[in-house]
Structure formats: C-alpha cells, structure tokens
Design a protein around this ligand. Structure first.
Ligand code: HEC
Length: 132
C-alpha cells in the first residue's frame, strides 16, 4: 500500500463517518419532529376524539349526539391512503368545508401550517410502528 493509497483510504473513511453522522442526525431530527407534533396534537385537544395514539378512540366520542366514525391512524394502509395535502386541508378547513364529517372542526385559525405539518409527521409516525 502506498502512502497516497492510505491517505485516500482515510479520506474515504472520513467521508463514510460523515455520511453516518448526518444520517443519524436526520433520524434524530425526525424523532424531535414527531415529539413536537405529538405535543401540539395533545395541546390542541385532538386526542379527545382521535385518542392519544391516533386510534380514533377518544373519550369525547361517547358524549356526541350522533355516533361518528373515526379512522384508525395506526392502520398503515389507511394512513398511506391520505396525501399530506388532504391531511393539511381537513385540519385547516375542517371536515364540513371539504365534504367530510363536520365533527372535525377547522383549526386553521388556531394552528399555523407548520404546527399542522408537525402533527402530520406525528400522524404518519403512529402507523410506522407495528400495531399491537
Ligand atoms: C370532536 C372530535 C374531533 C376532534 C377534537 C378532532 N378531530 Fe380530527 N377528525 C374527526 C373526525 C370525525 C374525522 C373524520 C372526518 C371524515 O372523514 O369524515 C377527523 C379527521 C381528521 C383528519 C383526517 C384523517 C382522518 O382521521 O380521517 C385529520 C388529519 C384530523 N382529523 C386531525 C385533527 C387534529 C390535528 C385535531 C386537533 C387539532 C383534530 N383532528 C381534532 C374528529 C375530531
């Protein structure tokens, strides 16, 4: 092995280490976003209907005049069937404005797009875990 060969190899190692670092950095950022999204979800009272884990089993449902059909966010196929745009729209404008259940209120006046985006990151994360 020549000196230049080993220099090249250590440069390559540095590159790989750097790639690994940034990969774990990204994963860390994702976790932080999920946590932020979950906090916003809780602070806004969404679990009252959607349940803390997004299963659609909130305690408020039993108190509504009419029964509502909630969706289980932990169902991977169902979760993936929604586009980010749809999830943003229904949260911002409420169900009624887009022809869905009016029990889902509009939150566009209470939440910023960025907050809603973080809640969507949380919504996506609950389906990534295997269902118990
Ligand atoms: C009073 C009960 C209630 C509360 C509180 C509530 N939702 Fe909903 N939400 C619903 C219902 C019912 C639907 C289903 C609408 C439909 O498909 O007709 C829904 C649908 C949604 C959807 C689309 C995916 C799905 O499950 O169909 C998103 C995203 C959503 N809600 C986010 C939120 C967020 C974020 C909050 C808190 C800021 C919140 N919801 C609070 C009742 C509620």
């Amino acid at each position: 092995m020549t000196a230049s060969g080993s220099r090249a190899r250590s440069a390559l190692c540095a590159l790989v280490a750097c790639a690994l670092l940034s990969a774990s950095g990204a994963a860390f950022a994702d976790d932080a976003q999920i946590e932020q999204g979950q906090k916003i979800f809780k602070d806004q009272g969404c679990p009252q209907c959607h349940g803390f884990g997004g299963k659609g089993d909130g305690y408020l449902l039993g108190m509504l005049k009419e029964p509502v059909k909630m969706h289980d966010w932990t169902d991977p196929a169902l979760n993936q069937s929604w586009t980010d745009q749809y999830l943003l729209d229904i949260t911002k404008k409420g169900g009624e404005a887009i022809g869905k259940n009016k029990v889902m209120l509009k939150y566009g006046n209470k939440m910023s797009d960025e907050q809603i985006r973080l809640v969507i990151v949380f919504l996506r994360s609950v389906a990534a875990k295997p269902t118990p």
